[in-house]
Design a protein around this ligand. Structure first.
Ligand SMILES: [Ca+2]
Length: 518
């Protein structure tokens, strides 16, 4: 088993990997072309790297033709589709009774990601995607941004849409944001998106677009708007509109973040009827939400084909975390009985660092560029930032040191994943990390709990091997402590304490005071 380079995130500027890492993981383009070379030389070489990927003959020819002219025709469109709380097993291609023909077709003709990791909850995964950095580095590691939260994704982070926009992309977001709502500076239009349509928080009633406290959460760009319709149908409508109106002189980055199948479990009648084969009401409604999303994805693919964009479009689809199997993590919605999500062989679900919370459904699809099959090396959502940015020929440098790694060798060239470590999370009271097949889940609060699993032999995390392997436990604990020294405290805890300390005095209900007597 190989070690991760120690200094990945510690070194400043653009030198993200040490020499050793360059040799191990950095050969991402034409022969001899390293991550370091790309990051330190910027656009023209990055464009040349793309030339290698798309089969344009000769590095020199590509460079001679001029980066800008070359890039105009070569940069792929990127359609990035996120599901919200989708169970690992709840897609057709993982054997579900829920039919997902459109997602299955993308999976069948693309690469299925079978060791693809996200963070355990909505906000942290979205933050990891947008920054290419683990959320524990900037205080986003714990929970989601609550309705009363005053904070957002750090404003000094250079987000993927900003980077792609600078690389010449038109950028559009449709769906759920959940990376800050209390200040307009946190909103998508101010974070690199030319357009935004959808919900700033996310756990909305899918028909009324209101949060559990009754506040409306529905926007176009920076304006609150009112509309009728089922949210996930509208998100897909917007994505189709963006594609139909797209000026193809530019490449397109479309971020389509469904709120499906997040609670509350609701769907239009026709989609519920389509799932009448499912007896349990809550699972039938959950399945119907997945059907809405699958239909929407089908319409997006059709729109790309109609406009002649499909061949030059990379489609990514994954869930932001595992399916919710514990009511504690189901949000503020009223849920009854057994929760409907199915994470297949994986333990527990959303909100936990066990595999059921973090190893999520994922696929990438790009006709002619990504071979059909399974890409089953380790990959994490932080890897999307450098992978997509490199495909876009974007210039690195304004971003902070990345945790993500370019995964094109695995996705596009059939090579092993360069990734040997997954950091599931680092919080003040708990952490989990995987190196090779060994995974440590460490709860540091008293009484502490240490679990060690061998994922190769025990993907369901049933057998704690910590007592038999004290050296491995010690090694992974040392890694956690090293990471914890780089941690920013969770913003939600700071906000929670501040809000409680400065809130109004809480007194009994007047009726109670009346009844209690003198
Ligand atoms: Ca989620």
């Amino acid at each position: 088993m190989r070690e991760m380079p120690d200094k990945t995130a510690e070194q400043g500027g653009t030198e993200l990997m040490d020499e050793n890492a360059d040799n191990e993981a950095g050969n991402i383009g034409p022969k001899g072309f390293t991550r370091r070379a790309m990051l330190t030389t910027g656009g023209s070489l990055a464009a040349a790297q793309i030339a290698g990927r798309i089969g344009v003959r000769g590095l020199a020819a590509a460079l001679a033709s001029g980066t800008a002219a070359f890039a105009q025709s070569a940069k792929p469109n990127i359609v990035f589709i996120l599901a919200d709380d989708l169970g690992w097993k709840d897609v057709g291609f993982h054997g579900s009774d829920i039919k997902t023909p459109n997602i299955d077709e993308l999976a069948e003709k693309g690469a299925r990601l079978e060791q693809y990791y996200a963070q355990p909850m909505c906000t942290p995964t979205r933050a990891a995607f947008m920054t290419g950095r683990y959320p524990f580095r900037y205080g986003m590691q714990t929970a989601v941004i609550p309705q009363g939260g005053t904070y957002g994704l750090a404003l000094d982070d250079y987000l993927l849409p900003e980077l792609l926009k600078e690389a010449g992309y038109a950028t559009a977001a449709s769906g759920k944001w959940h990376l800050g709502h209390a200040k307009t500076a946190f909103w998508p239009r101010q974070r690199g998106f030319d357009s935004f349509y959808g919900a700033l928080l996310g756990e909305i009633d899918h028909f009324t677009h209101k949060s559990a406290n009754g506040n409306a959460d529905w926007y176009r760009n920076n304006d609150a708007i009112e509309e009728d319709g089922f949210d996930n149908v509208l998100f897909a409508d917007e994505a189709v509109r963006v594609i139909n109106e797209h000026d193809q002189a530019k490449p397109l980055f479309l971020y389509l973040a469904f709120t499906s199948p997040h609670t509350p479990f609701q769907a239009p009648k026709e989609f519920i009827e389509r799932n009448s084969h499912i007896a349990d009401e809550s699972r039938r409604n959950y399945a119907a939400m997945i059907s809405v999303m699958d239909d929407g994805i089908g319409r997006v693919v059709d729109a790309l084909e109609t406009r002649g964009m499909r061949e030059n479009t990379l489609i990514v689809f994954h869930s932001d975390n595992g399916g919710v199997v514990n009511a504690f993590f189901a949000g503020e919605s009223d849920v009854k009985g057994k929760l409907p999500a199915d994470n297949g062989p994986y333990r527990e679900g959303k909100g936990t660092t066990y595999e059921g919370g973090t190893r999520v459904v994922g696929l990438v699809n790009w006709p002619g560029k990504i071979k059909p099959g399974t890409a089953d090396g380790m990959m994490h959502v932080v890897d999307m930032y450098p992978t997509l940015a490199a495909l876009a020929g974007a210039e690195f440098g304004k971003n902070k040191p990345l945790d993500g790694m370019d995964m094109w060798p695995m996705l596009g060239e059939g090579k092993p994943s360069p990734r040997t470590e997954i950091v599931y999370n680092v919080e003040p009271m708990t952490a989990a990390v995987r190196q090779g097949d060994w995974k440590l889940v460490w709860k540091t609060t008293l009484p502490p709990k240490v679990e060690l699993f061998d994922l190769q032999k025990d993907m369901s995390e049933t057998t704690n091997l910590a007592d038999q392997n004290p050296e491995m436990v010690q090694k992974l604990q040392a890694r956690v402590i090293e990471l914890a020294s780089q941690m920013s405290p969770p913003l939600i805890l700071q906000d929670g304490v501040r809000l409680l300390l400065h809130s109004d005095t809480v007194l009994p209900d007047p009726a109670e005071m009346f009844n209690v007597g003198d």
